[in-house]
Design a protein around this ligand. Structure first.
Ligand SMILES: [Zn+2]
Length: 272
């Protein structure tokens, strides 16, 4: 199935043929040319990207899942933060809608180059709003066609980020915003599932960001779940490179996970 990026759009969209929508809001690695000169050398490496998720989840798209995947980096604007920039984890450190520091607290911008309120509002209009308009319209389309939606928020993060958590992160970090964004039937399947050779936690440090909180509506058969996958499972974290041998071990587990999604969908959609 071919991906299409329409002129003037800031994301890639693939129409699927099943009720699963994969969104990967931190996978983008472009920085607009007018913003790039304002950033530090280290920021330009975009180390906090959710790297290679499009590659990792290509099997899901090949199997008929919908996909929305932004072109631009989370450093430009964070699509998984609310438009009003309220802290998703009150009392805990987190990065903002338009972050000015990297996870390791190094500055994203050169001195006196931090984005102004006007810059941020422009970025919200140009990048944030179109992504969310599209998310909304895909969800509506899937709901009317299948009667049920499963929004899968694909994320990944370095296995060690002292700013956000102590020690080593578990491999699979699922979140359904403490049971608000997804049916307990699916979460029970996730609870029972043991990805052999990997550690797993549900609603631990990562309970799910803005997108699952905003769009998950289990009473209306719209289910949203986030997976924060440790980058240690498929990357050389120091080189920021894709590690094919690690990836080929974790990918069968991701396939198993999508089988759980499919069995849930079969029970909940008009297909059943
Ligand atoms: Zn992410």
């Amino acid at each position: 199935m071919s991906a299409t990026i329409m002129p003037d759009e800031t994301f890639e969209f693939v129409k699927g043929n099943c009720p699963i929508l994969v969104s990967m809001p931190h996978n983008g690695i472009q920085i607009p040319s007018h913003i790039l000169p304002t950033m530090t050398g280290s920021a330009k490496k975009m180390v906090d990207t959710d790297w290679y998720l499009d590659q990792l989840y290509q099997f899901a798209v090949d199997n008929g899942c919908y996909l929305i995947n932004p072109e631009f980096s989370r450093y430009v604007i964070d699509l998984n933060r609310p438009e009003d920039d309220q802290n998703l984890y009150p009392g805990q450190d987190t990065t903002e809608l338009c972050p000015t520091t990297q996870f390791d607290r190094q500055s994203i911008y050169l001195p006196n180059c931090d984005p102004t309120a006007e810059d941020i509002s422009h970025r919200v209009k140009k990048y944030w709003q179109p992504y969310h308009r599209k998310l909304k319209s895909i969800i509506t389309e899937i709901k009317s066609e299948f009667g049920c939606v499963l929004l899968f928020e694909a994320h990944s993060i370095k296995s060690k980020v002292p700013r956000f958590f102590d020690g080593l992160l578990p491999d699979f970090n699922f979140g359904d915003y403490n049971h608000h964004s997804c049916s307990p039937d699916l979460m029970n399947k996730i609870d029972d599932w043991q990805p052999q050779g990997y550690t797993k936690i549900v609603n631990g440090r990562f309970k799910g960001g803005y997108i699952i909180r905003a769009y998950g509506d289990p009473e209306n058969n719209i289910h949203a779940i986030q997976l924060e996958l440790s980058q240690a499972t498929y990357m050389d974290e120091n080189k920021l490179s894709f590690d094919q041998s690690k990836a080929s071990q974790v990918q069968p587990k991701l396939v198993e996970m999508f089988e759980l999604f499919n069995s849930f969908i079969q029970q909940n959609s008009k297909l059943s």
